[in-house]
Design a protein around this ligand. Structure first.
Ligand SMILES: [Fe+2]
Ligand SMILES: [Fe+2]
Length: 495
């Protein structure tokens, strides 16, 4: 379904509207360029350019490049501060673009390159030489940027230029971003940082620890102001980077729960970092066990249950012993232990579990059972999951913490897609107004009873229909976003 047109509020500066189409175009074409660059680089790594797939990927990339070059004399693809820019316009990351953005950021960093500029007139032959050099010179060789540059010079190519780094466009500051966009970027960054941190902890991990800390601080700050978008994003589960999305989700959920418990900022930072790295031990056990959690063979289960201890080893080995690393290691070790010390690893000491571990255990369990795993696993809707957790005995979770958790995300978590008893479809937009039942939140309507898109209107489920002596609208059922939307991006656009 497509998004209904929105009216332009009176306060919009008409001049700003004139420059918008050009900016939108750069955004659209820029994202396409990054995606085609990813495809051609991946294909070129596998095939020679005599191969039909490689040639096709190359001409698609060139076509997009030419489209941009038809209006600008040069196109600069730039990576800075984990963001991707095309001609100084920061590209907004989205679900479809996630893999290609990630590739661009990693590939530029690996080659110590900040920007690549393509000038008008760049030919297919130029690109073939450039891509060959690009593939051959990554971080496995010394000075990859110089080698690529020398290779281009040797081939007489002057329409492709490399730069080590380029100053960030002045317009790029966090303050200029809307709150919603900041939340979106932070969420995607959380997945990305979790991946970098977990995949690279044998090597340059300390570098990523700093990054992870900064990121967790942004999450804490956002949640202190308005956690609605971040919490809603944790609802989207159809992502291929399963483990890293899970880590980001558990981080967001834990910080929200911690904030509702009244933890101070320092402790919230420690909690967020520990939540982000709680499953780091999964990197030490065979791949694929995490996704299949409920359908493991006995020997696979044994391997899976090693991940808390493996996490402790990985954290202490790479980070050394400090307050921060000990807290993270403790949470990694204890997050599958229940209140009565059942769970795994089997109890080896008598000390009470840390508060941070208990918080992470709750958020971890919730995110895991609401995420589709293998086909045999049961997936719980958010309210089914919360009901299950509320009815678990106090031997599993701390009942008080579960109560605060349910309060934190609401009986119907923000971002949940619902069908109302009127047949209309909407998204949980805000929690129920104070003093009213949790089952009566504010809902943003997106489709009428026939499923047709309608202008978005936020309605309060507390509205009373005096004529019929009943609530005007109530929630009939929740719907999984993947059952309703073709693309996750359509869902995100509605948040
Ligand atoms: Fe785990
Ligand atoms: Fe987990």
């Amino acid at each position: 379904m497509s998004r209904p047109a929105e009216t332009i509020p009176d306060s919009v500066d008409p001049d700003a509207l004139l420059v918008r189409p050009a900016r939108d175009r750069t955004q659209k074409l820029g994202r396409r360029l990054v995606s085609h660059f990813y495809l051609v680089a991946k294909t070129a790594a596998m095939f020679d350019f005599s191969n039909v797939n490689a040639r096709e990927a190359l001409s698609t990339f060139l076509a997009t490049l030419d489209e941009l070059l038809s209006v600008e004399p040069e196109v600069t693809l730039q990576v800075a501060s984990d963001c991707v820019f095309v001609n100084e316009s920061r590209l907004k990351i989205d679900f479809e673009g996630f893999a290609s953005f990630k590739y661009a950021i990693e590939a530029f960093n690996d080659r110590d390159i900040g920007a690549v500029t393509f000038a008008r007139g760049v030919s297919e032959e130029d690109l073939t030489v450039f891509l060959r050099l690009w593939i051959e010179n990554d971080r496995s060789v010394a000075e990859p940027r110089h080698r690529i540059r020398r290779g281009l010079e040797a081939a007489g190519i002057d329409r492709i230029e490399l730069e080590e780094s380029r100053a960030l466009p002045e317009t790029v500051t966090r303050k200029t971003e809307g709150e919603r966009e900041t939340s979106l970027n932070t969420y995607f960054k959380a997945i990305f940082v979790a991946k970098q941190f977990m995949e690279d902890f044998h090597g340059r991990r300390t570098r990523y620890l700093q990054k992870a800390r900064r990121l967790v601080h942004s999450i804490v700050d956002i949640i202190a102001q308005d956690e609605s978008t971040l919490l809603a994003l944790t609802q989207i589960k159809n992502f291929d980077e399963f483990l890293f999305t899970h880590s980001a989700n558990v981080c967001v959920l834990s910080v929200s729960l911690g904030q509702n418990l009244g933890l101070d900022k320092v402790l919230l930072g420690a909690l967020g970092l520990a939540a982000l790295t709680h499953d780091v031990g999964m990197m030490e056990i065979p791949k694929g066990l995490f996704e299949r959690r409920d359908s493991l063979l006995p020997e696979e289960r044994l391997a899976y249950e090693r991940h808390p201890a493996a996490g402790v080893q990985a954290i202490l080995k790479s980070q050394g012993v400090s307050d921060v690393s000990i807290r993270c290691a403790l949470v990694a070790f204890e997050h599958h232990l229940n209140e009565d010390y059942s769970g795994f690893p089997s109890r080896v000491y008598q000390r009470p579990r840390s508060l941070l571990s208990r918080i992470v255990a709750i958020c971890d369990f919730y995110d895991t059972i609401t995420t589709p795993g293998s086909e045999d696993d049961r997936v719980f809707s958010p309210e089914e999951a919360l009901r299950l957790m509320a009815h678990e005995g106090s031997d599993v979770f701390n009942p008080l913490l579960v109560k605060v958790f349910i309060n934190t995300i609401g009986t119907y978590p923000l971002g949940t897609l619902v069908r109302l008893d009127t047949g209309e479809i909407g998204i949980i937009h805000r929690r129920a107004v104070e003093g009213s039942a949790a089952a009566r939140p504010l809902v943003k309507l997106i489709a009428d009873e026939l499923g047709m898109p309608i202008p978005h209107e936020v309605v309060d489920l507390n509205e009373w229909d005096a004529e019929r002596d009943r609530y005007r609208r109530s929630i009939a059922e929740t719907i999984s976003p993947s059952d309703y939307f073709d693309e996750a991006q359509e869902f995100i656009d509605l948040l």
